[in-house]
Design a protein around this ligand. Structure first.
Ligand code: ADP
Ligand code: MG
Length: 395
């Protein structure tokens, strides 16, 4: 195990988040489409023209609400589901191509997968559960024992080697499932919401351990979750999915600070929002002038091609807002009244009524203001963004 692990770690150092030099991408999905035909004759476009790359050593998270197609995409890559059209390449080798009529079966794709339900064999010990993928690949016995013990040590529970799943906590079972996923030393591990069944404390711990393990072993990961904190914590890049489409992909900071749409802005965090329409198109400096219910605002533009009249949302993160009693010199500011003040431990939250709207303001280490206080709410221009509205009916 050690030499293989070493190689992978080098790959991680070179490859994570970049084009990966002359190494092929671990995953290349092109124009993938998958419809499900329900019994009532309706058709569900579970995957709608997806392109996706995973670079060597990269941790990519697919983030989206339930039913948006995350599991289906993983299953297509693993070979458990047959897409309608498009192609999938793994480590430079085609495993699916609708034009060529090519479908490589799952066992020949060299991928490990870990599920939300631990999916351990109840009648097998931890050892046998972890050994299973090696046995089915005809690895010699002595080597199996060594690798199973190595994997158990990595997930931090070597003492449970002879225990059965029913004798373990949920967190321990998921560690066994994790050990089983990494024991084959595959370059790609697919994760389908593996932490959503374990309780919050254990989940946070496992998240950190998983992160360390992936960075150390260097395998590439494609990880599905509907939990934005988890996505942010783990990912080199996050792909945000809506109705079978990737609507934005980028680093966690990128998607949080520069969302391209209201959908993404809302999904990856909390936002204050104003409705508006564009009054001057995106300029050379990347800003756009927007007419809103609070007057005209110059906002950072998420698109180079906003035109006059386009309906947009202006989004502002609560932690980018500042409150003051005296009128600030900032160019973007509104006066309002404190409607609620909450101490939340790590930070405070003020709800500020401004006209017909309420805005949230978060800050660390500041005093709570009294309800009813007249205040100014200001925000630096670089934190005011005009974004596309993908679904105007969404409130
Ligand atoms: N075997 C199936 N038959 C019919 N519809 C399915 C099947 N599997 C998934 N779907 C539908 O496809 C869409 C995407 O599902 P899924 O990939 O499981 O989403 P997610 O993992 O993001 O929750 C959903 O509308 C779901 O109901
Ligand atoms: Mg799912």
């Amino acid at each position: 195990m050690s030499t293989q692990v070493g190689n992978s770690a080098n790959m991680a150092a070179q490859g994570a988040g970049s084009a990966g030099g002359n190494k092929p991408n671990i995953v290349e999905v092109r124009s993938l489409i998958k419809h499900f035909h329900r019994e009532d004759k309706t058709v569900v476009p579970a995957i709608d023209t997806v392109d996706l790359d995973v670079h060597p050593g990269e941790f990519v998270v697919l983030l989206g609400p339930s039913g948006c197609g995350k599991t289906t995409l993983l299953r297509c890559i693993a070979g458990l589901e047959k897409p309608d059209t498009g192609s999938i390449q793994i480590q430079g080798k085609k495993v699916f191509d609708s034009d060529m009529g090519l479908v490589v079966p799952p066992e020949r794709r060299n991928i490990s997968m870990i599920f939300q339900s631990y999916a351990l064999w109840p009648h097998m010990s931890a050892f046998d559960n972890i050994a299973y993928p090696l046995q089915s690949r005809n690895v010699p016995k002595a080597s199996i024992a060594e690798r199973v013990h190595g994997a158990l040590k990595l997930v931090g529970i070597p003492e449970l080697v002879q225990q059965y799943p029913a004798q373990m906590s949920g967190g321990q079972q998921q560690r066994i499932a994790l050990a089983r996923a990494i024991v084959s030393n595959d370059d790609l591990v697919l994760f389908d919401e593996p932490l959503s069944n374990v309780d919050a404390k254990v989940r946070e711990q496992l998240r950190i351990e998983l992160l360390e393990m992936q960075r150390k072993l260097g395998f590439s990961a494609l990880y599905v979750t509907h939990d934005q904190t988890e996505a942010m914590a783990l990912a080199h890049r996050v792909a945000i999915i809506r109705q079978g489409k990737i609507v934005q992909i980028g680093s966690p900071r990128d998607v949080y600070e520069r969302p391209s749409s209201r959908y993404v802005a809302r999904f990856v965090g909390t936002t204050n929002e104003l409705n508006g329409s564009v009054v001057s198109p995106t300029g050379g400096d990347g800003t756009v002038r927007v007419s809103t219910e609070f007057g005209e605002i110059v906002a950072q533009s998420s698109s180079t091609s906003f035109k006059i009249g386009d309906k947009v949302a202006v989004v502002i993160r609560p932690e980018r807002c500042t409150l003051s009693i005296a009128e600030p010199t900032a160019p973007i500011k509104w006066s309002g009244t404190i409607e609620a003040a909450l101490f939340l431990g790590s930070h405070t939250e003020h709800v500020v009524r401004i006209g017909e709207r309420t805005f949230l303001e978060w800050s660390v280490g500041s005093e709570l203001r009294e309800v009813g206080t007249r205040v100014w709410l200001a925000v630096a221009p670089e934190h005011v963004r005009a974004v596309t509205i993908l679904d105007p009916t969404e409130k």
